[in-house]
Design a protein around this ligand. Structure first.
Ligand code: TNX
Length: 538
């Protein structure tokens, strides 16, 4: 090193020492309450929790710092800053030089945390002046952020210092999901739900670590996604729904907007175009598609099983090719759901022929095919995925083909089943599904389906009896919260008695989010004595 370089290095060192002396402040003497991280109301329950019984003071002197050069981490930090703004009205600085910081939340990457296919693993180390969130991927960091959000009290403690402080219990959480596919489905075909309503559902699902939202985009009563090469689908078939209501549809721009909102929440959108049955509305728009021998007329009722595409006409497959191509082009996720359920008006041999042809089209556009469990009766590829809803025999056929299975048994996982006799909305063809029935079952060995074939649980919400967010929330909450835990936490970590206390303590959060949940009498719901400020996104 030459002389002048040496001088520069020495000056830089002196500057650094002086600067860090200036920065060094006396630690604050905060008299924070004792805590117990192991008793926190976390849903889903993390894999392991070690409590150290002190508290981290979240307040206006906290800063957020993230790893900057790794995709997604800075955005995850911004998501945390925004959630803290919502809960605590605190405007924390993120990745900026702060002068008066007292505590730090640091979000970093740690490749050693990835376990097998569990890319969403994360670790939270909460100390008295720092929180370190480590994850192998931004998706893992995002899941960890949800845990952190659940640890922030909704109300500040304003007796500790002159400024409000949100004490967070200290300790270490090590966590990873049991299943890689943690889904909910929304039927936007029987009744249409607006982009804003879908986004609100995404917000709530993401909070409980769901990573997939399946949209049932078409059915007998309506077609909800713009297909540019077949405009009448939305011009005609987008204008009806169950009952007298006016229908609606997503333009491709709207759909992209939903997809990008989901992506920011680390959720994958699975589009479903249900066929060859459940296609009356498409045949009303384009009668050549129809294969049931009757003149297609608009249908506003709730029966199933009467419609079918003409499975032996080449032009029908040209139509399907366009539909799959256009939707796949705006769907970054790996899946395309072809429905395939209740095709009672399709001959068995025609059904098998149809599923095989459509599977090829889906694969041509680089997507994995998903279908309701009936598709297992066709000669499907082992790469395709079966969604078990009704027939254990079909699910076993899928196991024989070594396929992956999404678990949605109606008796347990259908969000549109009534809770009980008093339920305002819902159906009951699969029985009543009270909050305990929805939680107390083991997807891990349900109907002897081997664990290795299970991709995860998906909770479908069919919309024959509901048509807006508040009715959606009545059926989905609180049961969707239980499926979140069944999906994420292993059986050893699940216990109804313990879960129901944590669930009851979600009351204030659900109220804050304006969620019209069903206050099941099985749960001792906690409510805030004082009215809490609600989060209004608009
Ligand atoms: C069965 S589940 C259906 C839907 C109905 C639902 C009502 C499935 C694959 N098909 O068409 O909306 O029951 O619960």
């Amino acid at each position: 090193m030459n002389h002048s370089r040496f001088v520069i290095v020495i000056l830089a060192c002196i500057h650094l020492v002086l600067f860090s002396c200036q920065q060094k402040k006396e630690p604050r003497e905060l008299n924070l309450p004792k805590t117990d991280l192991s008793q926190a109301d976390l849903i889903p329950k993390p894999t392991t929790i070690q409590a150290t019984n002190t508290a981290f003071p979240l307040d206006k002197y906290t800063i957020i710092t993230t790893l900057k050069d790794s995709t997604g981490f800075a955005d995850v930090g911004t998501f945390l800053a925004n959630s803290i703004k919502d809960i605590a009205r605190l405007d924390l600085s993120i990745n900026a030089d702060a002068q008066d910081q007292e505590s730090i939340i640091y979000i970093k990457r740690s490749d050693s945390l990835a376990r097998g296919n569990k890319k969403e693993a994360y670790q939270l180390k909460i100390g008295t002046d720092s929180i370190v969130l480590s994850a192998a991927s931004a998706a893992g960091a995002f899941r960890g952020i949800q845990t952190l959000r659940q640890l922030i009290p909704l109300k500040a403690n304003d007796t500790i210092t002159e400024n409000p402080v949100w004490p967070i219990p200290t300790g270490t959480i090590d966590d990873a999901p049991q299943f890689v596919y943690r889904g909910a489905m929304l039927d936007v075909a029987r009744h249409f739900f607006t982009v804003e309503e879908v986004k609100k559902y995404i917000d709530l699902l993401a909070y409980y670590k769901y990573n997939t939202l399946h949209l049932h985009l078409t059915d007998d009563q309506g077609w909800r996604i713009e297909i540019k090469s077949w405009p009448k689908l939305t011009e005609v078939a987008g204008q009806t729904e169950v009952g007298d209501e006016p229908g609606g549809f997503y333009s491709q721009q709207d759909y992209k907007d939903i997809v990008s909102y989901a992506t920011k929440n680390y959720m994958t959108i699975v589009p479903e175009v249900d066929m060859p049955g459940h296609t009356n509305s498409a045949s009303v728009a384009y009668p050549f598609l129809n294969g049931n021998g009757k003149t297609p007329e608009i249908y506003r009722g709730t029966h199933v099983g009467f419609s079918t595409f003409d499975t032996r006409k080449d032009s029908v497959y040209d139509f399907i090719d366009d539909v799959v191509r256009e939707i796949s082009a705006i769907t970054p996720g790996p899946y395309f759901h072809i429905g395939g359920d209740e095709s009672h008006a399709t001959k068995k041999s025609d059904y098998i022929y149809f599923v095989n042809k459509v599977e090829k089209i889906v694969q041509k556009y680089d997507k994995k095919m998903i279908g309701w469990d009936e598709i297992a009766t066709a000669d499907v590829d082992s790469n395709s995925i079966v969604q078990f809803w009704a027939s254990a025999d079909n699910a076993r056929k899928a196991v024989e083909k070594d396929m992956q299975i999404i678990m949605s048994p109606a008796k347990k996982a259908y969000l549109d089943m009534k809770y009980d006799l008093q339920s305002e909305y819902g159906l009951n063809w699969a029985g009543y599904v009270p909050v305990d029935t929805a939680y107390i079952w083991k997807p891990e060995n349900y109907e002897n389906i081997p664990l290795k074939n299970i991709l995860g649980i998906e909770a479908p919400l069919w919309s024959e009896t509901i048509s807006n967010s508040s009715e959606l929330e009545y059926l989905a909450f609180p049961r969707a919260i239980g499926f979140a835990e069944l999906n994420w936490s292993t059986p050893e970590n699940r216990d109804w008695k313990n879960y129901k206390v944590r669930l009851g303590n979600q009351g204030p959060f659900l109220e804050k989010m304006n969620v019209n949940y069903y206050p099941s009498p099985l749960i001792d719901w906690k409510t805030e004595e004082e009215p809490i400020e609600k989060i209004n996104k608009d």
